[in-house]
Design a binder for this molecule. Structure first.
Ligand code: AMP
Ligand code: ZN
Ligand code: FE
Ligand code: FE
Length: 289
């Protein structure tokens, strides 16, 4: 079983890298990538744990970028000591911290005040993401579920206009991944909520900026969506990847590592890691010549 999209406590996942990979292995995963939001800080720990568990491991990252709407770019095989990537992540962390301050003030104005201490209970001292705020809002009775907290407070026009942090462009996100010797892949295309023709056009544009793959297999994709994303991959000569987006039961209760939602992710494509490995090797030899 292959799972190339997994989060840990280094971003908004519930478990530390070693525990996360242990759970993945217990679910039957044999090939894994850790892809925390905008950070490579957990990758050393993850690599050591993967070795001990006998898992094939890809170092990864998931970068949030913005054109008209937000989109996520996964990077695989990145050199986690790369200076440009490091600066990029530091900047993201700073913007995220400043967003936390604005978000606290905004929630107070909405009549749903939470404190940073309450939020930090759920993020184990690392960066604060929206899921941590959502969890605190639920615990304090301001929302009935994580999804309700997102709908009421964390995805509103007001949130995006006045609270959300500035994000790099897709071109900048793709460039920093490639500069660090990585392969850039469009995450969960369904989340863009685009018509097929619009997505096709966007993918064409991203390819011209250096995109190399698409996460066609994803926990929340319907079989029809997956088929369309596989067609897009073929048309644009993109690699295909597969990921659950596991965060742990407190954050995304319905998603299990390796299998997704109710086994939505059980695929038998043994070639995915091989093609990804080849693309990473090509990226790195290209960078060194
Ligand atoms: P952040 O990077 O802090 O802005 O938060 C991103 C996280 O929030 C990711 O794990 C997303 O999956 C999650 N997220 C974004 N939008 C929603 C939504 N509408 N419902 C639930 N989770 C969401
Ligand atoms: Zn997340
Ligand atoms: Fe994402
Ligand atoms: Fe993710």
């Amino acid at each position: 079983m292959i799972d190339l999209h997994i989060h840990t406590t280094y971003s908004d996942g519930q478990y530390a890298p070693a525990k996360t990979l242990q759970l993945a292995k217990q679910s039957g995963v044999t090939v894994a990538a850790i892809t925390d939001h905008d950070t490579v800080s957990g990758l050393g720990e993850a690599e050591t744990a993967a070795q001990k568990l006998g898992l094939q491991f890809f170092p990864g990252i998931e970068i949030s970028v913005q054109n008209r709407t937000e989109l996520h770019i996964l990077g695989y095989g990145i050199d986690r000591t790369n200076q440009a990537l490091h600066r990029f992540c530091q900047n993201h962390a700073k913007e995220r911290q400043e967003r936390s301050t604005r978000l606290l003030a905004y929630l107070e104005k909405c009549g749903a005040p939470v404190t940073l201490e309450e939020v930090r209970q759920y993020n184990h001292g690392k960066t604060s993401g929206r899921p941590h705020f959502a969890r605190a809002l639920v615990e304090k009775g301001y929302a009935s579920s994580i999804q309700d907290a997102f709908d009421r407070y964390l995805t509103t026009p007001e949130f995006y206009a006045h609270v959300e942090r500035p994000k790099p462009t897709p071109e900048e996100g793709i460039a920093v991944i490639r500069q660090a010797g990585g392969v850039a892949v469009l995450a969960h295309p369904h989340q863009l909520r685009l018509e097929n023709a619009e997505l096709d056009a966007l993918v064409g544009k991203l390819c011209a900026q250096g995109l190399q793959g698409i996460e066609a297999y994803y926990s929340r994709h319907t079989p029809e969506q997956t088929r369309f994303y596989l067609q897009l991959a073929e048309k644009h000569h993109l690699l295909v990847t597969c990921g659950s987006d596991f965060h742990g039961p407190q954050i995304k209760p319905e998603i299990l590592p390796g299998t997704g939602i109710g086994r939505s992710l059980c695929i038998e494509n043994r070639e995915i890691p091989k093609y990804l490995q080849e693309a990473i090797a090509a990226a790195q030899s290209g960078r060194n010549t």
